[in-house]
Design a protein around this ligand. Structure first.
Ligand code: ZN
Length: 729
């Protein structure tokens, strides 16, 4: 069959070179790389492979199945668990002997702990909750996917009848069951009763299919999805297509520039509202598909029903917050008021859902704030603990919209019953998984703007802070330099998972932006981009500065004096003053770190403008600490003469300094050699006698940005190797 709704990525030449486990990885990557086949982190694959048992030397059948966590698109061999197939089958008699067995009963959860006992060859990967599905079905190769087209059928009121109508006898049906041992047994029963069945529709969840040949298994998975999509699209078109989707449009989208303007204005405030327990990072989606949904007549009703696939609602929560704002008739103030009222109602609803559905042993109620906010005319905002996770949240609601579109085209969309959703969300096994997660990094959930990050201390500080979990906004007058630092960070950390986010909001853990700190409008434009990218920011480090050398007579021309002050003093002030508006909107604690200098307190010949500007910067730290208290702590770092990697030490300045201090050099020496001489000269003047590096400075910015010195504001931390003449007193 020709495929229009999925892509066949299988390449025989590639597969032929691979061993059986590598073929499974290959198949998984092919499936995972098409979002229409499965969502990020969703679904799993398996192969039953004959291997030599290290204990006996005998051939034994091993189930390789995608393990817990991870993602099919990026999975490697180490993401798969390997288990003795026979031992898994033997678990059935152990389970049968339990008196407390049954769906969601203790015996079922206990079986999960037994999988570890069936581990083949000490493979440390924890096995998935879906392991019995793969083990108990007869095919040598099994694919369990969450395709939007199939979930549309799975989330339709008449799922069973539709499955029969669309797939005939090839695909059987099992109603919603929480994944686990019982679901595996139910699937085994279906395949035994009807050996002609090749796949099973899983009510409100997805589907599973199998074959004894891996390529056929892959192609069959594609064929089932294609068949479902074709059926849906035909009905969708017959009902009027996009124009009639979700009952037709109730509102119109605002123009892209207007959307960006409103998002930039509302996001930091909204971030503050949803981050009262823990901070979140935002992702904006305002493409045509999501706008069609939020603008529609049915959006309020459908979004209230909640999402269906369990994979989806673990991230999106049982339902989004739909803000019933009229983009054509109401203003910004009305939008803010409606979101605020909506949040209050949402939290109340969430608490009521928890109270209604909780069991005696349920974990405590989790954060009651929505992770998805839908606004007519504007689009969607999704929240997650980091940028990657927030993109996953957005991706999953995109999936949910596609599922509702399909289900409403062919039938009527129904969500999972609340109690079932609760029993997934608050499943003790899910709670145990959350508890097993490694502790979050010190600057996790934070976004830090580093101004001057294109080189020197700023670049080093950006790297240092990113290693502690902060998103980095690398800002520089030179856009290419800013972007280069952001790229280095993203290359090192990876883009993460989650395929979503419009424009700059689709970014990873770092972005590069240009800004001129002597221009308030330029700073505002940059901060607005930060809001669109991450939903807001927590702290700012200003490392940008300038040193304009005096002319050969030792005199500073008036224009150079003015430039020095406009960058080193006025620039820092404008950043702090403009950012303060956003900080107040957001209402979350943050830090502003300015860069002053050891020169601020030591009068010297030849650096009159610079030294005076840095003395003013020292006092600016103190003044802003008062202005921005209690929300923002303002502190300074006072470096002394970091020559290495500094944009403020071009060759002519180095030469000038060498001449000033009577250090011998020749005109044909390399810049590196000249820099080394000057750095050592400076080092010899200090108490610690070692050159000061950008890394030494970066540590000071890190200290101010964390909460380690959380009770200190209005202070300057010197990193000068020990210059007694620069001691503050
Ligand atoms: Zn699933």
């Amino acid at each position: 069959m020709t495929l229009k709704h999925v892509n066949n990525l299988w390449d025989d030449a590639v597969a032929a070179k691979l061993d059986p486990v590598a073929r499974l990885v290959y198949r998984s990557n092919c499936l995972g790389s098409d979002q229409r086949i499965t969502n990020t982190g969703g679904g799993n694959t398996s192969s039953k492979i004959s291997e030599k048992d290290p204990l006996t030397g005998q051939e034994v059948e091993v189930l390789w199945v995608k393990g817990s966590g991870g993602d099919l698109r990026t999975s490697k061999r180490e993401n798969f668990s390997s288990l003795y197939q026979q031992k898994l089958i033997d678990l059935q008699s152990l389970y049968a002997g339990r008196s407390d067995k049954g769906l969601k009963a203790p015996a079922e959860d206990d079986m999960v702990g037994m999988y570890t006992h069936a581990t083949f060859n000490l493979n440390p990967r924890a096995s998935s909750i879906d392991t019995p599905l793969h083990s108990f079905l007869p095919g040598k190769h099994v694919d369990h996917m969450h395709p939007n087209a199939i979930i549309s059928i799975a989330a339709s009121k008449n799922c069973a009848a539709l499955t029969k109508e669309i797939f005939g006898g090839e695909m059987d049906y099992v109603p919603w069951m929480r994944p686990g041992f019982e679901l595996g047994l139910a699937m085994q029963e279906i395949s035994r009763k009807n050996p002609g069945v090749k796949a099973i529709m899983m009510g409100q969840h997805g589907f599973i299919s199998w074959d004894d040949d891996d390529k056929t298994c892959y192609l069959e998975t594609l064929r089932f999805i294609e068949t479902a999509a074709e059926f849906i699209e035909k009905k969708y078109a017959a009902k009027g297509g996009d124009a009639a989707a979700f009952g037709g449009a109730k509102y119109q989208s605002l123009a892209p520039e207007k959307r960006a303007e409103i998002f930039a204005a509302i996001l930091p405030w909204l971030r503050g509202q949803v981050s009262q327990q823990k901070r979140f990072i935002g992702t904006v989606q305002d493409d045509e598909k999501i706008l069609r949904f939020v603008n529609s007549r049915d959006a309020a009703r459908l979004s209230e029903l909640g999402t269906s696939c369990p994979d989806h609602f673990l991230r999106t929560k049982i339902k989004p917050l739909f803000v019933d704002w009229n983009p054509q008739a109401e203003d910004f103030a009305a939008l803010k008021k409606k979101i605020a009222d909506g949040l209050v109602a949402y939290r109340k609803d969430y608490a009521a859902y928890y109270e209604k559905c909780k069991h005696a042993n349920s974990p405590a109620m989790r954060d009651p704030n929505p992770t998805v906010v839908l606004i007519p005319g504007l689009g969607m905002v999704a929240w997650g603990k980091d940028k990657s996770e927030s993109r996953v949240t957005a991706e999953f609601y995109n999936c949910a919209v596609e599922v509702m579109r399909g289900a409403e085209a062919i039938d009527e969309y129904i969500a999972l019953p609340q109690q079932e959703a609760f029993d997934i969300e608050y499943w003790l096994l899910e709670e145990a998984k959350l508890k097993r997660m490694p502790a979050e990094k010190e600057l996790a959930r934070q976004t830090v703007v580093v101004i001057g990050a294109g080189s020197g201390i700023g670049k080093e500080a950006a790297h240092r802070l990113s290693k502690e979990g902060a998103n980095i906004v690398s800002v520089d007058l030179n856009l290419a330099a800013a972007e280069a630092t952001a790229k280095e960070i993203t290359d090192r950390l990876g883009q993460g998972i989650g395929v979503a986010g419009s424009g700059i909001s689709g970014c990873g853990p770092a972005i590069g932006l240009a800004a001129n700190i002597t221009d308030r409008a330029s700073i505002r434009a940059m901060l607005d981009q930060v809001a669109l990218a991450y939903g807001g920011f927590d702290s700012i480090c200003v490392t940008a500065g300038t040193f304009v050398p005096s002319d050969t007579t030792g005199h500073i021309p008036d224009d150079k004096w003015a430039i020095t002050f406009s960058i080193n003093v006025t620039g820092s002030y404008l950043v702090g003053d403009e950012a303060a508006k956003t900080w107040r909107e957001q209402g979350l604690r943050g830090n502003l770190v300015l860069t002053t200098s050891a020169n601020a307190v030591v009068a010297k010949k030849g650096s009159l403008a610079y030294d005076t500007s840095k003395a003013a910067a020292n006092h600016l730290v103190r003044e802003l600490a008062i202005e921005l208290a209690p929300l923002v702590r303002v502190n300074g770092v006072a470096p002394a003469t970091v020559v290495q990697g500094s944009a403020m030490f071009p060759r002519d300045r180095v030469v000038g300094s060498l001449a000033k201090y009577n250090i011998p050099y020749t005109d044909d020496e390399t810049t590196g050699s000249l820099v080394g001489k000057l750095a050592q000269f400076y080092a010899d003047r200090t108490l610690t006698k070692a050159p000061i590096t950008p890394a030494d400075q970066a540590e000071a910015y890190f200290l101010w940005i964390t909460n380690r010195l959380g009770k200190t504001t209005g202070q300057i931390l010197t990193v000068d190797g020990g210059l007694h003449e620069a001691f503050l007193r």
